[in-house]
Design a protein. Structure first.
Length: 619
């Protein structure tokens, strides 16, 4: 199947837009990769420090500079249910790499915070910045220059993007990402939403709510709704950085362990002196980035990736923007219904055909690039499979031709919707994104007066006081990365949902984030430029008529031009956003962060190559 014209066109313009930065990135990647076994560049003292505590046989292999040394970089902690299974992985990996003729070393750990725990809390203001912190921690782990490849253990929201950004700054090293899988299904998502709304209305006690939530989040593994964590896993599959079909196999099962062994063994094959040198900086190219966006759109994935994929691309010398997402969304069919876009969870999705089915359908429809480099070779087709056990080893079977449940997963020729449900909004308030795949058609256009809030707490206080039982657009400003780290605002969802269910026309407009679980209430998020970057968003006043049209792509304050020009942004005291809960430590991040459409990053594109005046050589 020939590639779709829009997919080809977006890929081409990304390549052209990125050309000088990508060339500079690849030049440095090739220079680093040409130095051979990296620990060979270390002095004897350096190297002795690097393996002093290792078993004798492993130490001997590392001395010889011929056997692969594989780094393990893990975001393990046992507070996060998704990451608790990683406790067992280092031993499994070390044994598997040793059996394959190499040595694996635990190179370093990274932070891993849970947005589910910090949602609506002060700690959420560190969440987005934790991504770049994880990238830095990954760089520290790899900075010892001991390694020929790396295995990255991570699952959740900012963690996988952070690990990949760090990996791409060591782009000459092969990378295999190793998931841990989702927890088994608990309380249904529809029941969970019903109970949360009853609690928000004061009809259930905190004890009742906690009991329900404990039935939903009940075991080791990723939360089972299709939020950012599980979107991460879909994207790693689409970019060819996972062993095929490994994203949604539950933890602590024989198949999960076999997949971890297979990932470890594959990493040994990818090293520079192995049979299949595959540096991660070559894997993540323009086509891989477009494949990731396409997979995100086709599955109704998290809006957070309108930030994270931009940042990942930037780390590999590429420039993407929200026009790319929007143009692709117009032609990518929606082929899944996973909560919040449906009732099913990721376990149902996996049973219906899972990631291999999605990739095959999109390839067959000409909507993804097949001619890409992955950890398995030169074709994404190798990832259109599903894993199963053969004894104690994993083998891969062809993905079923027909979905196991067409209420959850469909062929591209028979989609749930003809587009990806992600829209770019623009107007005199700036640029924003909206996910409308879970928003009913009658709610996608809201024309109502603004009610301006400067904090989640102010909004919730007005809701609890009964002041919001009307049509309105909640304008929540000073929630951008410079103001307070751009927290998710999903804690507002139950209140807005209650008002919408009462027949009120409501919407949210904010320079903050909404989360991978944003659902039935229309939300224009990531408004750029944010107020502290000079954006007009701060000029809105109570009573201004706001038009949010998710179908037409309009975000407009209906204020006369003369009045608009006369206004000045309110002076707001943001000092409380700067202290407590470790926020003082992130002042540099707030001061240096780029705009949301630029990925909200604290790092820049690779510096361009320069011509030396003296030698006329590229340096």
């Amino acid at each position: 199947m020939a590639i779709h014209a829009t997919v080809a066109g977006v890929t081409s313009r990304i390549a052209e837009r990125s050309r000088p930065y990508r060339q500079a990135y690849l030049h440095r990647l090739d220079a680093a990769g040409s130095r051979g076994v990296h620990r060979g560049a270390l002095s004897c003292t350096n190297l002795a420090h690097g393996f002093a505590a290792f078993p004798t046989n492993d130490k001997l292999l590392l001395k010889q500079d011929r056997s692969p040394s594989v780094a393990i970089v893990s975001a393990y902690n046992d507070m996060l249910s998704a990451h608790q299974p990683f406790e067992r992985f280092p031993k499994i990996i070390k044994d598997a790499v040793r059996a394959a003729g190499g040595v694996a070393q635990f190179a370093g750990g990274t932070p891993a915070m849970c947005d589910g725990i910090t949602q609506g809390q002060t700690g959420m203001e560190l969440s987005l910045f934790s991504r770049d912190t994880i990238a830095m921690a990954t760089a520290v782990a790899l900075s010892h220059n001991m390694f020929d490849a790396a295995l990255y253990l991570g699952i959740c929201d900012k963690i996988v993007p952070g690990l990949l950004i760090g990996a791409l700054h060591f782009g000459h090293l092969p990378a295999v990402f190793v998931p841990a899988g989702p927890m088994t299904s608990g309380m249904s998502n529809s029941e969970k939403v019903r109970i949360r709304q009853l609690y928000a209305e004061g009809k259930l006690s905190r004890a009742d709510l906690l009991e329900a939530e404990s039935k939903s989040y009940h075991d080791a593994g990723t939360c089972t709704f299709y939020g950012t964590a599980n979107s991460n896993q879909m994207l790693m599959e689409a970019m060819g950085l996972h062993m095929p079909g490994s994203a949604f196999v539950t933890p602590n099962t024989p198949l999960r362990d076999a997949l971890t062994v297979a990932a470890a063994r594959q990493s040994v094959q990818l090293v520079a002196h192995g049979s299949q040198y595959t540096p991660v900086g070559r894997v993540v190219d323009e086509k891989a980035i477009v494949n990731a966006i396409v997979a995100l759109l086709a599955t109704g994935g998290s809006t957070n990736h309108t930030l994270h994929l931009v940042a990942i691309a930037k780390a590999a010398g590429m420039v993407i923007n929200w026009d790319d997402f929007s143009d692709l969304s117009a032609v990518i069919p929606s082929i899944t219904r996973i909560y919040p876009n449906g009732a099913a969870d990721v376990n149902h999705f996996h049973a219906a055909g899972g990631t291999g089915f999605v990739i095959r359908e999109l390839l067959d429809a000409g909507l993804m690039h097949d001619d890409v480099l992955t950890i398995l070779g030169n074709s994404l087709r190798a990832h259109c499979t599903q894993p199963t056990l053969d004894g104690d080893k994993v083998k891969w079977l062809d993905t079923p031709a027909i979905s196991g449940d067409d209420t959850v997963l469909r062929a591209a020729a028979n989609p749930f919707a003809p587009d990806g449900g992600l829209k770019l909004l623009s107007g005199n308030l700036g640029r924003a994104v909206i996910k409308i795949s879970a928003v009913k058609h009658e709610h996608r256009r809201v024309h109502a007066p603004a009610l301006v809030f400067h904090s989640q707490q102010a909004f919730m206080a007005a809701f609890k006081a009964g002041q919001l039982d009307r049509d309105f657009v909640a304008v929540l400003s000073f929630q951008g990365p410079r103001a307070n780290g751009m927290p998710e605002l999903h804690a507002l969802t139950p209140a807005l949902g209650i008002l919408q269910d009462k027949g009120r026309h409501v919407a949210l407009v904010t320079d903050g984030r909404m989360s991978g679980a944003s659902g039935k209430v229309p939300a224009a998020i990531h408004v750029t430029p944010e107020v502290l970057a000079g954006g007009p968003f701060g000029l809105v006043r109570d009573g201004d008529m706001i038009l949010l049209d998710g179908e037409a792509g309009i975000l407009q304050a209906e204020v006369p031009d003369a009045e608009w020009k006369r206004r000045q942004t309110e002076a707001i005291d943001l000092s409380e956003n700067q202290v407590g809960m470790g926020r003082e430590l992130f002042a540099l991040f707030r001061n240096a962060v780029s705009t949301a459409e630029e990925g909200a990053t604290t790092f820049d594109l690779p510096p361009l190559l320069k011509k030396s005046v003296e030698t006329k050589e590229t340096v």
